[in-house]
Design a binder for this molecule. Structure first.
Ligand SMILES: Cc1cc2nc3c(=O)[nH]c(=O)nc-3n(C[C@H](O)[C@H](O)[C@H](O)COP(=O)(O)OP(=O)(O)OC[C@H]3O[C@@H](n4cnc5c(N)ncnc54)[C@H](O)[C@@H]3O)c2cc1C
Length: 322
């Protein structure tokens, strides 16, 4: 992602026509992004592109460079809070050309599996279980894509991406070149990576041990049941809004401070899980941001703990969060 520059414009503009001329097939100007995020808030992208191959990604990078506009990769949008003012440049979605799962042949006790970055984690986890590989069941309840999970080092239920990631394939938007990057260079830590800003993850290789498919499917069923009973899955949300401070849980602190009462406009702290913010129709990104800042203030005043956001908040935000 590059720094923010011009304000979003609506309607067709030169950026749109240049992207099309450069060979990008799916180009939508003034595209709503709210529906592309699980919080269901945020303004439009100046242009939304869906790319199917490295050539198109390279073309997007070139045109963004020529126009001096920022880009952002949107996976499932399950950890994104975009401003109501929208995204002033190009929002990039990886299309079906970046999906697929390649399984190892043979019967070795461990195997390498390579998957496209646009693969949704929940279906990938099930396919990997059915193929008889264990260690990735945790991903069944994380509603992002594989690419977003690499960027965030997503994890749950005692596992995360760093456990089994061998290498990632990246297309650098500044060069259009695909590179293979060993996982060790990403410095994956709790919900963090040092993936370069211009790197789009296009594929990832995991090394997993063989296991019994029925046992792994049972593990997945247990995880899903736990999620259904502990998280507000029937309302728009972005999962955990804050990272857990060392040795504690953000949800516990928010709950203990009385944070479940916080509500602004169409956004409020979930009464099921205090580290979740849920929205209803009509909510804005500013509502969500106002809830976030009120929660932070409450927990700071009550416990002296500074909560850090896990949700990614790109774009231009005023001091009021708009
Ligand atoms: C109900 C719910 C439960 C959740 N539970 C968990 C959980 O248990 N554990 C957890 O870790 N997270 C959880 N999340 C958060 C979220 O699902 C993860 O962070 C996920 O990895 C984000 O993936 P995404 O594809 O949605 O990325 P997005 O939200 O679209 O993007 C997140 C960041 O990754 C970047 N990005 C996306 N795709 C790529 C790519 N291909 N290349 C480079 N950068 C990319 C984006 O630009 C952005 O900076 C939950 C979310 C929800 C809604």
């Amino acid at each position: 992602m590059t720094g923010s520059v011009p304000a979003p414009t609506t309607g067709s503009d030169r950026l749109t026509t240049d992207l099309q001329a450069a060979g990008v097939a799916s180009v939508v100007p003034a595209a709503s992004l709210a529906a592309s995020t699980t919080l269901r808030v945020g303004g439009p992208a100046r242009v939304l592109v869906t790319v199917e191959g490295d050539d198109e990604l390279g073309a997007v990078g070139r045109v963004c460079g020529d126009h001096g506009v920022p880009w952002i990769v949107v996976g499932r949008g399950s950890n994104l809070l975009l401003p109501d003012a929208g995204w002033p440049g190009v929002a990039i979605v990886l299309g079906r050309g970046f999906r697929g799962l390649e399984l190892p042949t043979g019967t070795d006790p461990t195997g390498r599996l390579r998957a496209g970055a646009a693969e949704p984690l929940p279906t990938l986890a099930v396919r990997i279980a059915d193929a008889g590989f264990r260690g990735f069941a945790w991903a069944c309840a994380v509603p992002g894509t594989l690419g977003g999970a690499v960027r965030m080092n997503a994890g749950a239920h005692g596992g995360d991406m760093s456990d089994h990631l061998v290498e990632v394939e990246l297309v650098r938007l500044t060069t259009g070149v695909r590179e293979v990057c060993p996982a060790s260079l990403l410095e994956l830590s709790y919900r963090h990576s040092v993936l370069p800003d211009d790197a789009v993850v296009v594929a990832a290789t995991l090394e997993l041990e063989r296991g019994d498919p029925a046992t792994i499917r049972a593990e997945i069923a247990d995880i899903r049941a736990w999620r259904r009973s502990h998280q507000p899955l029937n309302q728009p949300n972005c999962g955990s809004v804050f990272t857990n401070p060392p040795g504690d849980s953000a949800g516990r602190l928010i709950d203990a401070a009385g944070g479940k009462a916080i509500e602004v406009g169409g956004a409020r702290v979930s009464d099921r899980h205090a580290n979740f913010i849920v929205t209803r129709p009509g909510a804005t990104a500013s509502d969500v941001w106002a809830v976030i800042t009120q929660v932070q203030r409450l927990v700071r005043d009550r416990f002296g703990v500074e909560l850090t956001t896990e949700v990614v908040r790109p774009g231009a935000w005023g001091t009021g969060g708009t």
